[in-house]
Design a protein around this ligand. Structure first.
Ligand SMILES: Nc1ncnc2c1ncn2[C@@H]1O[C@H](COP(=O)(O)OP(=O)(O)OP(=O)(O)O)[C@@H](O)[C@H]1O
Ligand SMILES: [Mg+2]
Length: 171
């Protein structure tokens, strides 16, 4: 039996106001595989990715036709918990988008929100995450400074690792 694809896009079109950005997209994304969307700038890669976790809900004047099913269920189904959907469908943006909070709180945000560890374990978790991103040496003495000071285009690891790429993870 063929396993259900994790994502099933059916005749999906998308508009920013009068501008149509996606035209009748139909594709299956298999589970437990790395899938790349490749195309020229402006062809709609990010628009498609943002559709999957309904980030366009926050953009006035947008609309769509067609459907996107995550594990067999439409992400547009009435009553969909969009916060829960965005927990399952994560997105790594081309540019870093730090919250207007200290560096430490930016990194601790996810584990805190999801109660992933006891508060006494949080400092170790933050350090581990920053080491894994090769940012620890750069920010270890700046953990209380605003995360927004970490700008794209600077020599910071945030920027150099934020190459022109948007990716998506489904859990
Ligand atoms: N917020 C917006 N309002 C209006 N038009 C938009 C908006 N965002 C994107 N577009 C337009 O939609 C089309 C698709 O853009 P999109 O950003 O999805 O392309 P992309 O393939 O991700 O490009 P890139 O490779 O440069 O990241 C483009 O014509 C773009 O100008
Ligand atoms: Mg893009």
């Amino acid at each position: 039996m063929t396993p259900t694809p994790v994502l099933d896009t059916r005749g999906y079109s998308f508009w920013y106001g009068a501008t149509q950005a996606l035209h009748d997209v139909t594709c299956l994304i298999p589970r437990r595989a790395v899938t790349a969307l490749i195309g020229p700038s402006g062809c709609g890669k990010t628009t498609f990715l943002r559709s999957i976790n309904r980030l366009h809900d926050l953009t006035p004047g947008t609309r769509h036709t067609g459907d996107i099913l995550l594990e067999g269920v439409s992400v547009f189904a009435p009553g969909t918990d969009t916060v829960g959907l965005r927990r399952r469908v994560g997105m790594v943006f081309q540019r870093p988008n730090p919250f207007p909070k200290p560096v430490y709180d930016n990194v601790a945000y996810g584990p805190r929100l999801n109660a992933l560890c006891a508060s006494r374990e949080l400092p170790d978790r933050v350090e581990r995450a920053l080491r894994q991103a090769a940012l620890w040496d750069e920010v270890r003495d700046r953990l209380r400074e605003p995360g927004t000071a970490c700008r794209a285009g600077s020599s910071s690891g945030c920027a150099s690792r934020g190459r022109s790429r948007t990716s998506l993870t489904c859990s």
